[in-house]
Write a protein that binds this ligand. Structure first.
Ligand SMILES: [Zn+2]
Ligand SMILES: [Zn+2]
Length: 399
């Protein structure tokens, strides 16, 4: 088998990986560059997806999926079933009222995505691709085990082991055994001096904040279901005030509630309310937690004199708020005295080390990190191939 990282080495996001056997060619992820990305590697996805048998998407973050419209129409795109639906709801929201350049074509294409089921391999010619469910800040995220010609590759996508559930990566990968190549994300390895709070620690801090503040506004990504769950459960523990969102967010949460099987209690959002003016009195009297986003609807509540002594929790990447990556809408929207409460969706050095030690790769190819050499800091007893973008690596070739 051959591996070519078209993009994703020495940068976070923009991931496009090609894996080829003698008979089959697949792509893993077709991501766009993140807005803060300084490298400028161009990938012509239309060209790269030529004579391609399938595209597999690890999760719906745009740095893994954003270029799906460039994939040739005859090539099937596979994604998790819940990920497909959440992404489709999100795309519909982006189209109406025209928040991004999303057209009906985008939605039609998303609706035509094929889906896979956890642990059930998709077989294409001589290649077998097995999706392995992992925890990440996108819901329904997967690693892929790719097997062909007697060789085995594990592609981690984005993952973490400090999420609220499905964290035991040793158990998750237990049956896989040794792999020839581990293509591994290393987003956090350039920040080894930082400590990362677990999602559960975040939930505990949120519980105290919600207990001590009658009116709480929370800003986090609408598709970061685990983060919403952290605040939702924190609110329950803090006395169970009204938990309110807009209709779009409610659609996503209802879908998750309806379709989550294995962790159905954790992802049961059935008493979240979408705002209705009838709730106003109860909100004023008993307090509330409200999920907000940078729009007029949310602004109305935040500016209301009735909720003057409210707390605003900012629970996403600080880069949207400050510096050269700031998003004008968000930085204008967030009040000056916001409370920052966030943790990474990416594996810590311990999480990455654990994955390596379970699958004991003959070769590691680091992707999705600022500098692949950061991987050396882990001092692991495995060979590391510091591949360059667009250069083919043949499994077994000398490093
Ligand atoms: Zn990513
Ligand atoms: Zn991601």
């Amino acid at each position: 088998m051959k591996i070519k990282i078209h993009r994703g080495i020495n940068q976070i996001g923009g991931c496009v990986t090609e894996i080829k056997s003698k008979k089959v060619k697949i792509l893993i992820d077709v991501g766009t560059n993140l807005p803060n990305c300084k490298t400028n590697v161009k990938v012509n996805v239309a060209k790269v997806s030529k004579k391609c048998d399938a595209v597999f998407i690890t999760h719906y973050h745009l740095d893994h999926l954003g270029e799906y419209m460039q994939v040739r129409k005859e090539v099937p795109i596979y994604i998790g079933e819940q990920a497909k639906e959440i992404f489709t709801i999100y795309q519909k929201r982006m189209k109406e009222p025209a928040i991004a350049e999303v057209t009906q074509d985008h939605i039609d294409r998303a609706e035509a995505f094929k889906t896979f089921t956890q642990d059930i391999p998709i077989v294409i010619g001589d290649m077998k691709v097995t999706p392995i469910l992992v925890n990440h800040s996108a819901f329904d995220s997967y690693m892929f085990l790719i097997e062909a010609e007697g060789k085995r590759i594990l592609h981690t996508g984005d993952f973490r082991t400090h999420g609220p559930i499905n964290n035991n990566i040793s158990e998750i990968l237990n049956n896989i055994g040794q792999v020839d190549v581990l293509i591994c994300e290393h987003t956090t390895l350039s920040r080894l001096d930082e400590t990362f709070m677990s999602e559960l620690m975040l939930q505990n801090e949120a519980t105290d904040l919600i207990k001590n503040n009658k009116y709480v506004f929370i800003m986090c990504a609408s598709t970061n279901i685990d983060r919403i769950a952290s605040f939702y459960h924190a609110n329950k523990e803090a006395g169970n005030k009204l938990f309110i969102c807009d209709d779009y967010q409610k659609d996503i949460l209802d879908y998750v509630t309806k379709t989550s099987k294995k962790y159905k209690d954790y992802y049961n959002f059935s008493d979240v309310k979408s705002f209705d003016s009838k709730l106003y009195e109860e909100m004023t009297e008993n307090g509330f937690c409200m999920l907000v986003r940078s729009n007029y609807f949310s602004q109305k509540f935040i500016n209301s004199p009735k909720f003057k002594n409210s707390l605003f929790i900012y629970s996403q990447w600080l880069g949207y708020l400050q510096g050269e990556t700031a998003d004008e809408n968000i930085s204008k929207f967030v009040p000056k005295n916001y409370y920052y409460l966030h943790t990474s969706g990416h594996a810590t050095s311990e999480g990455i080390t654990e994955v390596c030690n379970v699958v004991k790769p003959k070769v590691i190819i680091p992707i999705h990190g600022e500098n692949s050499k950061d991987f050396n800091k882990l001092n692991l007893p495995y060979k590391i191939k510091h591949l360059k973008n667009k250069i083919t690596y043949r499994i077994g070739e000398r490093i």
